[in-house]
Write a protein that binds this ligand. Structure first.
Ligand code: ADP
Ligand code: MG
Length: 202
């Protein structure tokens, strides 16, 4: 079972990964965006870590809901409301249980991913974060954390030949082809941090 501390460590590991990869995320956002994805997420996850340390929510659902609200209020770009919705809705789906199972986490993330699709109007294949998140949740349901991590990484890489149909990159039309999507890349970091946290706990 996974407790609030597990979820806090997941958010901290995501923040550390975003710090490590911020330059790369911003570089990916240069040719097909406005070169702010790394700094957007760095600002967001720095604020997430600070508020989780200060408020110390005592259930998995409360950790994710607070993290999501913090991303919505601190990240200006499109990715803030989208990631914020992912975590906030997943957190609400987990309710106030003190511990949750891996299957409950997978179901909650499915709810969150569906909410991201509803908010942004995107589907897999549109060259967005959903190209990493949807395969990751599919794999988490079937195969566990390590499978989710590799599904997210493959999903992010597979955005390169796609033409963007949502978000800023879609303004470029065919010129968006040939570049990996920054949001799918950061989603793979979020899922990799989950897998690392699970591995460290095992
Ligand atoms: P902005 O585009 O406002 O500068 P960011 O650079 O932080 O925001 O984030 C860009 C990422 O957000 C994209 O790479 C893409 O993955 C994701 N994104 C943008 N629009 C959507 C959408 N409608 N649905 C899902 N993801 C989206
Ligand atoms: Mg951007």
């Amino acid at each position: 079972m996974l407790d609030a501390d597990f979820f806090r460590r997941w958010m901290a590991a995501t923040g550390a990964a975003v710090d490590r990869e911020a330059d790369r995320l911003t570089q990916l956002d240069s040719p097909i965006g406005d070169a702010d994805h790394g700094s957007n997420l760095q600002r967001g996850f720095t604020a997430v870590r600070a508020v989780l340390d200060k408020d110390a929510p005592d259930s998995p659902g409360a950790v994710l809901a607070l993290a999501g609200r913090q991303l919505i209020s601190t990240v200006g770009g499109a990715s803030g409301p989208l990631y914020g919705t992912l975590l906030r809705r997943a957190g609400k789906a987990l309710g106030d249980a003190a511990e949750v199972s891996e299957a409950e986490l997978a179901a909650a993330l499915r709810t969150g991913v569906d909410a991201v699709a509803a908010l942004g109007g995107a589907a897999p294949g549109d060259k967005t974060m959903l190209d990493a998140l949807v395969p990751a949740v599919d794999a988490l349901e079937d195969g566990g954390f390590a499978a989710a991590r590799s599904a997210a990484e493959h999903g992010a890489e597979a955005t390169t030949p796609l033409q963007a149909r949502k978000g800023r990159a879609s303004y470029l039309g065919e010129r968006s082809i040939g570049h990996q999507d920054p949001g799918a890349t950061s989603s793979a970091l979020l899922i990799a941090a989950l897998a690392e946290t699970a591995q460290a706990a095992a």
